[in-house]
Design a binder for this molecule. Structure first.
Ligand code: SF4
Ligand code: SF4
Ligand code: SF4
Ligand code: FES
Length: 568
């Protein structure tokens, strides 16, 4: 790496050649104010808040885009730079409604913080406040154009990080506004509700419906953890206050690079299913609360000498799954299964990564619909397409990637897609549970040439497969059926199937069709109460950190199985 000598505010430092003044200053611990800059996004030098004085340059230069060169001398807070910066801020405050005291971002707003930093205590210019619209057509967050400073972070996040290209800018001058698609209401646009734009907005222009006015940064806590709603396993920052989850953000340092999807960010916070909070047993036809000992004693009594069927949700953590196998396979001699496919019948390699997609020139997707089910991986595929990769989609039915594929093959034409893929320099095969065994054998010819990403339907499918769990039907006809459901949706079909057993145990964090018919119901921790690890689709063991304490009455899954094992 070539280094250059740079002088910033009188400090002589060494910086990477080609890095920006902003980056070099940050390395040296010097803070230059910014607004349109965001570390995860490409710089566009739009807001001019970061203007600095560069020796031998006639005009002030934006630190976020100006590169350092050998011998460059920079003043970040010279009177000229500060004056220009204040002018920019004054103009921004005069353009739209920035009455901070009424704004939900007050206290956390980057624009407001800069106003304090530069001692703005009045409006220098008239404030005509054109009445801008507020768009509340989206399910989870609102756009208030009155607070927008047109920094375009949202536009770049939607295009560069999510590759969704929903957002753009319409009109000119004072009428300039952020718009969606061909200027339709946001709720009717191609927006996929990932909330990445919401996360990068520096002001109160994008407002989260759930956490608005619920607490400023200094009043809330946050814990870095992992999303367990699919096998991508995105890094999260979960924000809480007073024992409640307020919102979920993407972790910029995670392999998901800050991006999460609607299923990780919003949907869990809108889950209105009743929580299971204590063990219950059916007595005289009714479920009644009982102590853990009574419930576990009853289960153990029923299991002894009986034909036992055991199913686990494939999202259960490593620690829980291991104990589940030990108790049901080891102690009760039962076949152990997952509720979802573990891709065990497909003899294909796995473990390709999101980074492999970034480097791919040809992506073959078969038996899977990642934009519907493993969305952040789907966004990564689209990002790769933006950079020039070709997408070969093999699917007979509807598939959300169809609109973006370069070639869409029927499954019967898989061989043709494989032939094209063989010609790629860095091909990646993405396969899922709809892939048939004979087609998997055909795909295996790409082993050694392509990277393979297995889209396990459940978060911990990778580990479940390693533990030998399969999505079988062997539990049908069981006397005792144990269902570790966690928070998966309990379908009527599953409840009907469960009813065939003489004794049903539903171990779940939410009530549903199966808990309604169960003989014993055991509470499982909520997603934000779980602690342990799982193996994501890349084959990486990732930690899940408990965000809120497990409430009284609820016991972590592995401990429940330990207690049950002791009784058998
Ligand atoms: S909505 Fe937010 S991120 Fe988008 S341009 Fe306006 S202020 Fe910037
Ligand atoms: S929520 Fe996601 S898809 Fe929708 S506009 Fe924002 S970044 Fe784009
Ligand atoms: S892609 Fe999967 S792991 Fe990532 S946020 Fe969405 S549901 Fe969670
Ligand atoms: S942060 Fe540099 S121009 Fe906006």
């Amino acid at each position: 790496m070539t280094m250059v000598n740079v002088k910033i505010d009188g400090h002589q430092i060494q910086a990477r050649a080609g890095s920006t003044v902003l980056e070099a200053a940050k390395e040296a611990g010097i803070d230059i104010p910014t607004l349109c800059h965001h570390p995860a996004l490409a710089n566009i030098g739009a807001c001019r808040v970061c203007l600095v004085e560069v020796a031998k340059q006639r005009a002030l230069q934006p630190a976020c885009t100006f590169p350092v060169t050998e011998g460059i001398e920079i003043e970040t807070e010279s009177p000229r730079a500060v004056e220009a910066r204040k002018f920019v801020l004054e103009m921004l405050f005069s353009e739209r409604n920035h009455y901070c005291m009424y704004c939900e971002m007050s206290g956390d707003c980057e624009l407001q913080n800069l106003a304090y930093r530069y001692g703005m205590d009045h409006w220098t210019y008239p404030t005509p406040y054109p009445k801008m619209p507020v768009d509340g057509t989206r399910a989870y967050f609102i756009m208030d154009h009155n607070r927008c400073i047109l920094c375009r972070r949202c536009v770049r996040a939607c295009s560069d990080l999510v590759a969704n290209h929903t957002l753009g800018v319409k009109a000119r001058g004072a009428n300039t506004m952020i718009s969606a698609d061909m200027d339709v209401p946001f709720g009717e646009s191609s927006c996929v509700n990932c909330g990445t734009c919401l996360q990068v907005c520096p002001t109160g222009a994008l407002i989260d419906r759930k956490s608005a006015y619920m607490g400023r940064e200094v009043q809330v806590d946050s814990v870095n953890s992992t999303c367990t709603f699919c096998s991508v396993g995105c890094g999260l920052k979960v924000v809480t206050r007073a024992g409640r989850v307020l919102r979920v953000e993407g972790d910029w340092d995670g392999h998901n690079q800050g991006v999460v999807c609607v299923a990780g960010r919003f949907e869990p916070l809108y889950d209105t299913r009743e929580p299971v909070t204590e063990p219950m047993m059916r007595k005289n036809g009714q479920l009644e609360p009982v102590a853990w000992d009574e419930a576990l004693d009853a289960i153990a009594r029923k299991m002894k000498g009986a034909k036992v069927g055991a199913y686990a949700a494939g999202k259960a953590l490593n620690e829980t799954l291991s104990e589940f196998v030990k108790v049901f396979q080891g102690k009760a001699g039962a076949d152990v299964h997952t509720l979802e496919s573990t891709l065990a019948d497909l003899d294909l390699p796995a473990g390709g990564s999101l980074q492999d997609l970034d480097a791919a020139d040809c992506i073959l997707v078969v038996g899977a619909d990642p934009l519907a089910n493993q969305r952040v991986l789907g966004y990564r595929i689209k990002r790769s397409l933006d950079k020039g990769a070709r997408l070969l989609l093999v699917a007979d039915g509807e598939n959300e990637l169809a609109a973006f594929s370069h070639r869409h093959f029927a499954v019967s034409d898989l061989h043709e897609a494989i032939r094209i893929c063989e010609g790629g320099v860095a091909p990646v095969v993405v396969f899922g549970a709809d892939l048939k065994r004979e087609d998997a054998r055909r795909l295996a010819t790409l082993t050694g040439k392509a990277k393979f990403i297995a889209l396990f339907p459940a978060a911990n499918g990778f580990r479940a497969k390693e533990l030998g769990l399969t999505n079988g039907t062997g539990a049908d006809g069981a006397d005792v059926l144990y269902l570790l459901l966690e928070d998966v949706v309990q379908t009527e079909a599953l409840a009907r199937r469960a009813k065939k057993a003489k004794f049903v145990v539903a171990h779940a964090s939410r009530a549903g069709a199966v808990t309604e018919i169960a003989d014993v119901v055991l509470p499982a921790p909520m997603w934000y109460e779980k602690e342990g690890s799982f193996v994501n689709l890349e084959g990486n063991k990732i930690d899940v950190t408990r965000v809120l304490p497990v409430p009284d009455g609820v016991i972590p899954g592995h401990e429940v199985f330990n207690r049950l094992a002791a009784r058998l």
